[in-house]
Design a protein around this ligand. Structure first.
Ligand SMILES: [Zn+2]
Length: 272
């Protein structure tokens, strides 16, 4: 699911930037749009950092947990255990007992909003230094998701060095002001995109925690099994990824090279 999550994050951000420009006159530089798309793609993988592996043997965990080698595997272990703690402490009698924290706290709107808001605050307060840190983490996740085969072949050290370079370039070139809080928005939006992605696959997510629904604080919300998409199945890979890529490409062209779209003679296509 990694590449689909990352692709959906990037395309939602690009389409949203186009819409904000087209309908509300909110203009962004190509750099700002690109940075937002990378952050949103990375954040669309962030909730799965709760899938822990075996740190001591350096294996297991979600693809994202291996982004920064054993360091992110360790982080995933901690995030999983903390999530399990939050689950156990806030569950109601009808919520099942769990021994693993995957798809709990990091898969809620509260988490998405909190981490987005926290990122925005951090960037507003610490400026370039915060941008450096946020970009480093998000670029790593985005590379791992968007270029999964390359990342697998290159190994975590190359991914880490590339992320550091992207972070450095962003911190030195992205102007402050509204560009910085926008990173927080991109992180929050990316997490929400992940939640919707998980909801259309079978298991659903505890989206509305801690609001009790049917005497459960951890009610799983998702689409019915009949129309759910099988994770990794041909439906997901060909249809969804193709669709997201097309949306992303169209949004970029519409924003930065609108002439291209006008030049395509639709009548000629229709008339053959
Ligand atoms: Zn997930």
């Amino acid at each position: 699911m990694g590449p689909s999550h990352a692709l959906s994050g990037a395309s939602v951000w690009l389409a949203g930037s186009w819409a904000a420009n087209h309908f509300a006159g909110y203009e962004q530089s190509p750099l700002a749009v690109g940075v937002g798309a990378v952050v949103c793609a990375g954040a669309a993988l962030l909730p799965d950092l709760d899938l822990s592996g075996k740190v001591t043997r350096n294996q297991g965990g979600a693809t994202v947990a291996r982004t920064f080698g054993v360091f992110s595997l360790f982080a995933a272990e901690v995030i999983e255990k903390v999530s399990l703690g939050i689950y156990s402490a806030s569950r109601m009698p009808r919520d099942p007992r769990r021994t693993n924290g995957h798809r709990t706290f990091t898969h809620t709107l509260v988490f998405a909003g909190g981490i987005g808001w926290g990122t925005a605050l951090l960037c507003a307060r610490y400026g370039k230094w915060a941008v450096l840190g946020v970009m480093f983490l998000m670029a790593g996740l985005a590379l791992r998701g968007l270029f999964d085969r390359w990342a697998e072949r290159a190994g975590w050290l190359i991914v880490t060095l590339t992320s550091a370079l992207v972070a450095l370039l962003t911190a030195t070139h992205l102007p402050g002001g509204r560009g910085y809080p926008m990173l927080g928005v991109a992180v929050g939006v990316g997490c929400v995109v992940h939640l919707f992605g998980d909801m259309i696959t079978r298991s659903g997510v505890p989206l509305l925690w801690p609001i009790p629904l049917g005497a459960r604080t951890w009610r799983m919300i998702g689409v019915p099994d009949g129309i759910a998409i099988r994770a990794g199945g041909p439906g997901e890979i060909f249809v969804l990824r193709g669709l997201f890529t097309m949306i992303a490409a169209l949004a970029v062209v519409a924003m930065f090279a609108p002439g291209v779209l006008q030049d395509i003679d639709l009548d000629a296509w229709a008339g053959g």
